[in-house]
Design a protein around this ligand. Structure first.
Ligand SMILES: NC(=O)c1ccc[n+]([C@@H]2O[C@H](COP(=O)([O-])OP(=O)(O)OC[C@H]3O[C@@H](n4cnc5c(N)ncnc54)[C@H](O)[C@@H]3O)[C@@H](O)[C@H]2O)c1
Length: 309
């Protein structure tokens, strides 16, 4: 299939592109490189450096069979500090991508939604039918998802919405002001520095390894049961930040102790996916957290080694 990925130079997009190429699909991508890097983009992907809000991207959708729309502003702190730009990229940008896809007659559209949709709820595990977005990031993802639903209802667009939980693994964006916890801990520890825990470390997250996410994303291309539906992409298990540190330390044996900083705003206590609906499709997470941590450590070690030599 001819596949177009927005956000292809980012974490999830670049991993997805690599897997699609392995499965012999033809892959093109759009990214403005605001967070992603050229280096992330696998050889064989046609990278178009554009902003998703730019109307001129329409021509890139010609002959495309499926679109994965992953480009977004998604660092929570950054979104809180820049609400207008967040809405512009995540809502208006999504509208532009949807409209380009509709005009080009794209057969499948996959939208990257987020577990942040559940942030105002205290019922766990989270099921897809109950949501309560509160923060700027979550509201902007909801805005994009609502547009997807309108395009499905009024234009017959074949949309699948995926709510990712804490995805981790190679190519995670660790250069952010507040980097995602897993890669941030490992990198600090590889550099011999203590990792930073915001708050007590008791906050729990549902971590899912990027290869498992890839398998679910690719399933949506072929399994027609996913058409028009919304899914949780999580592991169905949660771990505290303290536990994650301990698991990494068990592997790395650095002797380092974390330092604690004040809690971050808009940082929920818990995330946990109900994955009954996803298991019913025959999908299940295959990489447990210890194995995922080992693989992420190996990747980051090789990256550090490459930059030092
Ligand atoms: N990683 C997670 O745990 C997670 C969890 C929930 C939801 N998501 C969603 O999944 C998607 C991918 O996340 P990720 O972790 O790969 O993020 P990422 O930041 O690594 O990748 C996003 C990519 O989009 C690009 N981008 C941003 N604004 C753009 C614009 N205006 N035009 C063109 N490109 C632009 C960035 O340069 C980057 O390469 C996002 O939509 C995010 O909201 C991710």
């Amino acid at each position: 299939m001819n596949i177009l990925i927005t956000g292809v130079a980012g974490f999830i997009g670049s991993n997805l592109a690599r897997e699609l190429l392995t499965q012999r699909h033809s892959v093109a991508g759009i990214d403005n490189l605001s967070a992603g890097t050229r280096e992330n983009v696998p050889a064989g992907v046609r990278l178009h450096v554009h902003d998703i809000r730019d109307e001129s991207i329409a021509e890139l959708f010609r002959g495309v069979d499926a679109v994965y729309h992953l480009a977004a502003k998604n660092c929570l702190t950054d979104c809180m500090n820049n609400p207008v730009e967040t809405a512009d990229i995540n809502v208006r940008g999504t509208a532009n991508v949807l409209e380009c896809a509709r005009r080009a007659g794209v057969k499948k559209f996959v939208y990257a939604d987020s577990s942040a949709e559940y942030e105002g709820l205290q019922e766990f595990p989270s099921t897809v039918d109950h949501i309560a977005p509160e923060g700027i990031y979550a509201s902007s993802k909801r805005g994009g998802a609502l547009l997807c639903e309108s395009y499905r209802k009024f234009f017959g667009m074949n949309v699948t919405i995926l709510r990712y939980f804490n995805v981790y693994g190679p190519a995670q964006d660790f250069r952010r002001v507040i980097p995602p916890v897993m890669s941030a801990f490992i990198l600090k520890m590889l550099n011999g520095e203590p990792p930073v825990i915001y708050g007590t470390g008791d906050k729990r997250r549902d971590y899912i390894y990027v290869d498992d996410v890839n398998r679910f994303q690719i399933l949506t291309l072929t399994d027609t049961r996913t058409n028009g539906r919304t899914y949780n992409v999580g592991s169905g298990v949660s771990h505290s930040v303290k536990d994650v540190f301990r698991m990494i330390e068990d592997e790395m044996k650095t002797g380092l102790k974390p330092i604690h900083k004040p809690e971050l705003p808009n940082d929920v206590d818990n995330t946990l996916a109900d994955i009954t609906r996803e298991r019913a499709l025959g999908w299940a997470p295959q990489v447990n957290i210890q194995e995922g941590i080992r693989r992420t450590i190996e990747y980051l070690k090789s990256k550090l080694h490459a930059t030092r030599t």
